[in-house]
Design a protein. Structure first.
Length: 464
């Protein structure tokens, strides 16, 4: 561990009386909060503290600011961009024990939650009263709502329902220095002042701690229907997807798996994947007859435009088997290619064939294996450079930069849902101008003038 500074020693002394066993610098505790799911090397936190309330977060932020000690907010550690990795000497503030569902008000279409509540737990509570919380990251069974808000997480249902920012009405936030702010509303409408709630959504823990959130819930559709389509290749699946949207049909889920993604998951779930070089997972929801009619029509359009086979689930067990097949792709590829680079690029749907073609050509030209999978419905497909060792990963970095440059040229973004964090902070200038980055630095300085909150994340490291 980086050597403890006098300021850190003083902070531990000041916090110990209140937090006792919820504050530690034990090696095993530090190791448990040192990394995330990004594949980046674990960091080197000075310790970890587990607050239980907004007031406790405020105490931590006030004392740390007085002493000049940097803090790193942390949720479930499921992030893919290194956004909660301590770079050396910071105290990790683990929000996972603040996990209450404070209130659930379906009559007013909202819930109040603490940041450590697991996404799936809110979903289950909402479903018990006939409602749903639409954002559904692939890690919904383990990711926290605070982390989802910090990264503006997406998910498979985003094609119909949108990403996290559309469901956050208000926040309780704590600034470095301990100031507590209540922003937003509990009503459907509200346009008073600047939308600071929206500013904090996706800010990756660099502006404030989120200690409570007012989130929008919606009535759950009475029926969900699921199908799997097979194609000769991923380009054919992408073109068929365009025809589905052109027909005025909007699925609640449209997930692509290319040849390599399919090969990684075959035989791992009860679902028997139809023969083909690419797969498309489709889902609709709505009234019973409408959901099935729309799904059937989507399958018909796809079969008219390149699909070679279709399978419609007849019960929830089969639907879940299809969904699980998609959810297993990332971990299955990681087992085969432990040094893989996965980028959550997003482009306009109509440009997807160009991206898939360019990405495969770049990878194969560099002697690298390649895979593409993900949220084809909203143009957010994960481009994977499949590396077996560190040598291949190093070679892949140049390919990655060229691919992300292509993504931006196609009108897209270098990150559709995972965020910048550490993983892409030195790539942000591919998409954003120097003036825009400078404005964000000024915003950061307004919220955190000493750069003590999650330093080094989200923006390129300044040379000044």
């Amino acid at each position: 561990m980086t050597g403890r500074t006098p300021a850190l020693d003083t902070l531990f002394t000041r916090l110990h009386t209140r937090f006792k066993e919820r504050l530690t610098d034990a090696p095993e505790a530090r190791a448990a909060v040192a990394g995330d799911e990004s594949g980046l090397p674990p960091g080197d936190p000075a310790g970890v503290v587990w607050p239980l309330s907004t007031s406790e977060v405020a105490v931590i932020a006030k004392e740390a600011a007085l002493l000049g000690v940097a803090l790193v907010p942390r949720g479930g550690g499921t992030g893919k961009a290194g956004g909660c990795i301590a770079q050396g000497g910071e105290l990790v503030v683990d929000m996972s024990r603040m996990r209450r569902l404070v209130t659930l008000r379906p009559q007013d279409l909202y819930a109040v939650v603490e940041p450590g509540l697991i996404n799936a737990e809110l979903g289950q509570a909402a479903s018990e009263v006939g409602f749903m919380y639409p954002p559904d990251p692939a890690s919904f069974e383990s990711c926290t709502l605070g982390g989802n808000i910090a990264t503006n997480a997406g998910g498979a249902r985003a094609v119909k329902y949108g990403t996290t920012h559309a469901y956050v009405w208000g926040l309780t936030a704590v600034l470095m220095g301990g100031e507590v702010l209540h922003m937003g509303r509990r009503s459907i409408k509200g346009v008073a002042g600047y939308d600071l709630t929206a500013l904090l959504v996706g800010s990756e823990g660099t502006l404030a701690f989120i200690t409570e959130a007012i989130v929008h819930i919606v009535p759950a559709p009475p029926a969900v229907e699921t199908a799997w389509l097979a194609f000769a290749d991923a380009l054919g699946a992408s073109r068929a997807a365009e025809r589905i949207f052109a027909a005025g049909l909007v699925p609640r889920m449209m997930e692509l798996l290319d040849r390599e993604a399919l090969a990684a998951v075959r035989g791992k779930t009860p679902f028997r994947i139809p023969e083909g070089e690419a797969g498309l997972l489709l889902e609709t929801d709505g009234r019973d007859e409408v959901a099935l009619l729309e799904l059937t029509r989507m399958c018909e359009v796809a079969l008219e435009h390149g699909a070679t086979a279709s399978a419609i689930a007849t019960n929830e067990r089969d639907r879940e088997a299809m969904r699980r097949t998609r959810r297993l792709v990332s971990s299955s590829l990681k087992e085969l290619f432990p040094f893989k680079i996965s980028d959550d690029t997003a482009v306009p749907r109509s440009r997807m064939p160009e991206l898939l073609t360019a990405a495969r050509a770049e990878a194969e030209g560099a002697g690298l294996a390649f895979a593409a999978y993900g949220h084809l419905g909203d143009g957010n497909v994960h481009i994977n450079l499949l590396c077996r060792n560190a040598t291949e990963r190093a070679r892949a970095q140049g390919v990655r930069r060229r691919l992300l440059t292509t993504v931006v040229a196609l009108g897209g973004t270098i990150t559709g849902e995972h965020g910048i964090g550490l993983a892409k902070r030195d790539l942000l200038d591919l998409e954003q101008s120097a003036e825009l980055i400078a404005l964000q630095r000024r915003l950061k300085h307004t919220f955190d003038p000493r750069n003590l909150l999650n330093p080094g994340k989200g923006l390129p490291v300044s040379s000044t």
